[in-house]
Design a protein around this ligand. Structure first.
Ligand SMILES: NC(=O)c1ccc[n+]([C@@H]2O[C@H](COP(=O)([O-])OP(=O)(O)OC[C@H]3O[C@@H](n4cnc5c(N)ncnc54)[C@H](O)[C@@H]3O)[C@@H](O)[C@H]2O)c1
Length: 254
């Protein structure tokens, strides 16, 4: 295995929800490894700001507005990237929402919104990008799951349900597309200090609790997740598919 197998030179990647915390870390890492990155987010300004940071770090990035729950904008995203960047090698399904409340108070619309964004959105994006991957004879789909699937945080019923769905989606899709040279894997982050952390009412207590849970006594960073995404997007991981990879400082151990 050469170091080059970890490089992404000449590859094109889309990162959904790329305007946010982990998505930005993933976008920066893919670009640092040599990929051209399309940062796609429902908030175009956030996507543009992230793409600008990638470019100022020496990488190549564009920004596109997308609502992953809307098939029309998802297909437009895929066609734009194919036209402007020449095709799609890597899709990182990262966009998600995470409303928190007691399950008896979850409005039906909120349940639908979470499942639409965090699960159906991953399906729509994968299906829109897949033809380009087939044409290129290879592809990498990386889905963001969550440590919460293993049951350690209350009041997140729709979110945890969606993330369980992401694990099933990853395994089932890996079976469907393996013969096309496309791998599908999931990243299961532990707790990272992004906007997502604002759902916890006591930040200092939460920080202490997280460090107590982890084997490693530092908080994870978006760069940590970005490095794992690079590995799963690269040739170095070409015999790995259908897997859920924990990145949580040694919190969960399976
Ligand atoms: N931060 C953590 O500790 C943590 C832990 C476990 C899993 N995760 C997962 O990692 C991923 C990134 O989380 P984050 O903490 O960076 O969240 P974040 O809220 O900082 O970023 C999410 C991004 O998704 C975008 N988005 C939301 N709905 C969208 C839609 N319909 N279409 C397109 N974009 C949309 C938002 O605008 C935002 O930029 C998510 O899948 C999340 O579930 C995060």
């Amino acid at each position: 295995m050469s170091v080059d197998a970890f490089r992404l030179d000449g590859r094109v990647g889309i990162v959904t929800g790329g305007g946010g915390g982990l998505g930005e870390g993933i976008s920066l890492a893919l670009a640092a490894a040599g990929a051209s990155v399309c940062v796609a987010d429902i908030e175009l300004e956030l996507a543009e700001a992230c793409a600008a940071r990638v470019r100022s770090a020496g990488g190549t990035a564009t920004a596109v507005a997308v609502d992953v729950t809307d098939r029309t904008t998802v297909e437009a995203l895929a066609r734009t990237v194919e036209r402007e960047l020449g095709g799609i090698d890597v899709l990182v399904n990262n966009a998600a929402i995470y409303p928190r409340r007691p399950w008896t108070e979850v409005p039906e619309e909120e349940w639908d919104a979470v499942l639409d964004t965090n699960l159906k959105g991953y399906f729509l994006c994968a299906r829109a990008c897949y033809p380009s991957m087939v044409e290129r004879g290879r592809g990498r789909i990386v889905n963001l799951a969550s440590v919460t699937f293993f049951g350690n945080l209350p009041q997140l019923l729709p979110y945890v349900s969606s993330k369980g769905g992401v694990v099933g989606f990853t395994r089932a899709l890996a079976r469907e597309v393996g013969s096309d040279g496309v791998t599908v894997n999931a990243i299961s982050p532990g707790a990272f200090p992004t906007a997502a952390e604002k759902i916890h009412p006591d930040p200092e207590g939460y920080n202490r609790w997280i460090l107590d849970q982890q084997s490693l006594k530092r908080r994870g960073t978006p760069e940590d997740v970005g490095n794992l995404a690079v590995f799963l997007a690269s040739d170095a991981s070409s015999f790995i598919t259908g897997q859920l990879v924990e990145i949580d400082g040694g919190w969960m151990m399976h």
